[in-house]
Design a protein around this ligand. Structure first.
Ligand SMILES: [Zn+2]
Length: 98
């Protein structure tokens, strides 16, 4: 298994799901806790990105994540920076919501 950076999520928006879990919305980037920019080099403050320290970047991807219901796009540079590759594998949601 390839080594992957375990990054948190930064998003252009956020919402609280019915379980009270803060989830990303809009476009998501990978972000390492303790830094003030995304993995692709966007300063969080200047881009007005919301930090979601409790949401692993993998969980914020529409193809794989359980926290991605309102994510519209994923930054491709952050995807490759975390070791993910587009079309690498067909993922399936583990717990599809009705
Ligand atoms: Zn990015």
């Amino acid at each position: 298994m390839a080594r992957r950076i375990s990054a948190a999520t930064a998003a252009t928006g956020s919402w609280t799901d019915p379980d009270g879990f803060r989830s990303p919305a809009g476009e998501v980037h990978a972000w390492l806790s303790g830094t003030n920019q995304t993995l692709c080099g966007v300063p969080l403050a200047r881009a007005q990105l919301t930090r979601l320290a409790g949401v692993p970047f993998e969980e914020a991807q529409p193809a794989t994540g359980n926290a991605a219901d309102r994510v519209t796009s994923v930054c491709p540079r952050c995807l490759s920076a975390t070791g993910h590759r587009r079309g690498e594998r067909r993922w399936q949601r583990v717990n599809p919501r009705p």
